[in-house]
Design a protein. Structure first.
Length: 181
């Protein structure tokens, strides 16, 4: 009989966490806790969401979700990305989004920067999320990555007030100036 603390958390553990204003995520069975995002973080996320909706939803290509939304990638990988684009409606369930969506966007915060660039990005790649974007508020930069095998490679990036055209989605252009205003 096994005794002691559970070594690897799963969705059941995650579902039992009480709502307390913090963000909880499980990556490869390990629990991560972060405070609520800043107002600027939320503004930028909301402004990018509008641009993504104007492309994906207006064209009937998919649906854009914002945090908090549970992205259940495996029993041991449950996260709450800032933005998620789902192009396969079957991925949306009563629990959240199940399986890899088309795009995950993380807006970097001081408390999440290293995790988003490190373990989170590696898990997204290993679990088959085709596109991963990072929004760096401090640098006023958007970095877009595309899955190549089991790792991400840079696709395109922009900084400041640039307009970023995405090669994988003809006609999608992100106006960065609109994010920072």
């Amino acid at each position: 009989m096994e005794t002691g603390l559970k070594q690897r958390l799963d969705y059941g553990d995650y579902a039992g966490i009480p709502a307390d204003g913090l963000t909880y995520e499980i990556l490869d069975g390990e629990l991560y806790v972060t405070p609520a995002p800043s107002p600027m973080h939320q503004r930028v996320s909301k402004r990018l969401q509008r641009q993504l909706e104007a492309y994906f939803e207006a064209r009937g290509l998919g649906e854009v979700f914002d945090a908090p939304i549970d992205l259940i990638l495996t029993l041991h990988d449950v996260v709450q990305p800032d933005l998620v684009v789902v192009t396969d409606a079957a991925r949306v369930s009563s629990r959240g989004i199940e399986g890899p969506p088309t795009l995950v966007v993380e807006v970097l915060s001081p408390s999440t920067r290293d995790r988003d660039r490190g373990v989170k990005g590696r898990r997204y790649a290993a679990l088959g999320v085709p596109h991963y974007w990072l929004v760096d508020l401090d640098a006023r930069r958007l970095e877009c990555f595309r899955l190549d095998g089991t790792a991400y490679v840079p696709s395109v990036e922009g900084q400041g007030d640039a307009r970023v055209s995405l090669p994988d989605w003809p006609g999608l252009e992100i106006a960065l100036a609109e994010l920072w205003r």
